[in-house]
Design a protein around this ligand. Sequence first.
Ligand code: PLP
Length: 306
Amino acid sequence: MATGQTTTAPDFSNGAAYMNGEYVPIADAKISILDWGMIRSDCTYDVAHVWKGRFFRLEKHLDRFLKGVAKLRMQLPFDKDELEKTLHKCVTLTGLDDAYVSMTCTRGRPTGGVRDPRLAKNNFYCFAIPFVWLANQEQQERGLHMHVSSIPRIPPESVDPTVKNYHWLDMEMSLFEAYENDANFVVLKDMEGNITEGPGYNVFALHGGKWTTPTRGVLEGITRQTVLDLCRELNVTAEAGTLTEAAFRGADEILVTSTAGGVIPIVKLDGKNVGDGTPGPVTTRLRQLYWKKHSDPAWSAPLRRE
Ligand SMILES: Cc1ncc(COP(=O)(O)O)c(C=O)c1O
């Protein structure tokens, strides 16, 4: 052994990834620019989270991810148990108590320049980084301003939105439109003019005493499901159905749901107050209950720090 050489332990404090069969610090996690995940958005992913050392509804994220992988006719290198263990290990390596935990399966690339996706070896990777918020704490307390985009959401007949995907250009360009209209959140309509979802979140509107969240053309968000479950617990009427633009614009309360922040109130829609322009009472109750459930063993499970 050469003298004077020291080996330093990898630093996972900014995040840890599992990639190509090994755990690496997040800065070293690299993917080929030739992977079809990169050049064709040919991939699916999921994002779960850990809060105060506990995974929140991880089982539901795993099931949604596995369903998406199957729908895209991809194969993972291991089963659900191993996937779960790998996610726990990524978080454990970072030492984080609050983490954003992402898993992705890309098509990979067929060898020899052929274009047949059946010949590609799929590529799985996952990582844990510090928790990511859609909106900061002050914005969440005060509520956010939303714009209804003029750009329609990609039709579900073209790209299945229930397979969590990176086809975000409709939503990304809508964000530009939102900022140009003094809003920081945006929602897109479908080709029939009904409300769908926004970049990274589902929406709910309270109208005529009932919460509605769109069914068609959206990702079936885990936080969306959580809010439907919490409404049942609170004896508040809520259902998934058609949300017309008129009902949305006339809503008494609007909220968005996402793993990256939970329940977030919208207090202005295209310059007009939603309700009295402050977070609505039911939204506030749902938001409090959402975070309370994070320490409830029926809804969350401790990190396995092996
Ligand atoms: C398009 C879209 N809709 C909805 C959501 C919310 O889903 P979840 O509550 O599972 O985070 C996301 C999350 O990233 C998303 O990307």
